[in-house]
Ligand binder design. Structure first.
Ligand code: CO8
Length: 260
């Protein structure tokens, strides 16, 4: 299969998936999401010989700076909910992948980018990584599972603060909060992720798959929260506020929200 927005390579039995929209800070537009869907739901499961998968971003600056805000124009409540549901399904397929999936976070991991990193089993952060869920700044809430997974990683109080303020945190704070597993010198995140996958590959492969299933099972009761997120994301996508938020971003100005 030929991918346009993802670069896929294999090194020492590990698949490396590079989000490849550097000029847009690897924002996850629809074609990229569809390629992630194809990769994780169809292609990668057939590669039974691989030891694991690493996801990273092209360039020096970003893992992924969110969903592509330039695609928001023309979205309404119905389409917004559909896109959020599709994103949930893709990120569940990453979270439930039978082999370890590690995010090598080489820069900004914001909005959908942070949500993608959180759907991976582990996160190795460059010291330059920045994490955040800035959707409220756009008049939205996270649409790809962020309102649920952020709580799972850092607890309700701090998650509430980051979700309500839209503040970004650096790699060290992300590690202290439990969001990043390790912080490493910039440029070494893929190499360290590879070392960890090589170590996991020495363990029992069935044990690894069953451990991933068991850890994920702990959070199954949260699925109503995901359904709630789809519903509310759809609602917000139909509001004037999100049109204003996206237009302000594209126009490089501060948003003037009316609460409508
Ligand atoms: N979408 C589209 N383009 C983007 C995005 C994005 N999320 N982020 C950056 N870009 C583009 C910029 O528009 C700019 O393009 P251009 O050169 O054509 O103007 C280029 O990338 C470089 O960006 P900046 O010039 O802004 O770079 P800075 O270093 O000044 O700033 C930031 C970097 C802080 C990361 C800044 O770009 C920023 O704030 N980006 C937006 C972050 C954000 O709000 N992310 C959340 C998006 S919403 C979301 O993820 C919701 C997911 C739910 C599902 C959605 C389903 C529809």
């Amino acid at each position: 299969m030929h991918y346009k927005n993802l670069l896929i390579s294999e090194e020492d039995g590990i698949l490396i998936v590079t989000l490849n929209r550097e000029k847009a800070l690897n924002a996850l537009n629809t074609p990229t999401m569809l390629e992630l869907k194809l990769f994780f739901e169809a292609d990668a499961p057939k590669r039974t010989g691989i030891k694991g998968i690493i996801i990273t971003g092209a360039g020096e600056k970003a893992f992924a700076a969110g969903a592509d805000i330039k695609e928001f124009e023309g979205l309404d409540d119905n389409l917004g909910a559909k896109m959020a549901k599709r994103g949930h399904d893709i990120f569940f397929s990453i979270e439930r992948f039978a082999k370890p999936v590690i995010a090598a976070v080489n820069g900004f991991a914001l909005g959908a980018g942070c949500e993608l990193a959180m759907s991976c089993h582990l996160r190795i952060a460059s010291e330059k990584a920045r994490f955040g869920q800035p959707e409220a700044t756009l008049g939205l809430l996270p649409g790809y599972g962020g309102s649920q997974r952020l709580i799972q990683f850092i607890g309700k109080g701090k998650a509430m603060e980051l979700l309500l303020t839209g503040d970004m945190i650096g790699a060290e704070e992300a590690q202290n909060l439990g969001l990043a597993n390790h912080v490493v010198p910039h440029g070494e995140e893929v190499a360290i992720a590879k070392e960890i996958i090589q170590k996991i590959a020495t363990k029992g492969p069935l044990a690894i798959t069953k451990t991933i299933e068991a850890v994920n099972a702990y959070f199954q009761f949260d699925e109503d929260g995901f359904a709630k997120e789809v519903q509310e994301f759809g609602y917000l996508m139909g509001t004037e506020d999100v049109k204003e938020g996206a237009a302000a971003f594209v126009g490089k100005r501060r948003a003037e929200f009316k609460g409508e």
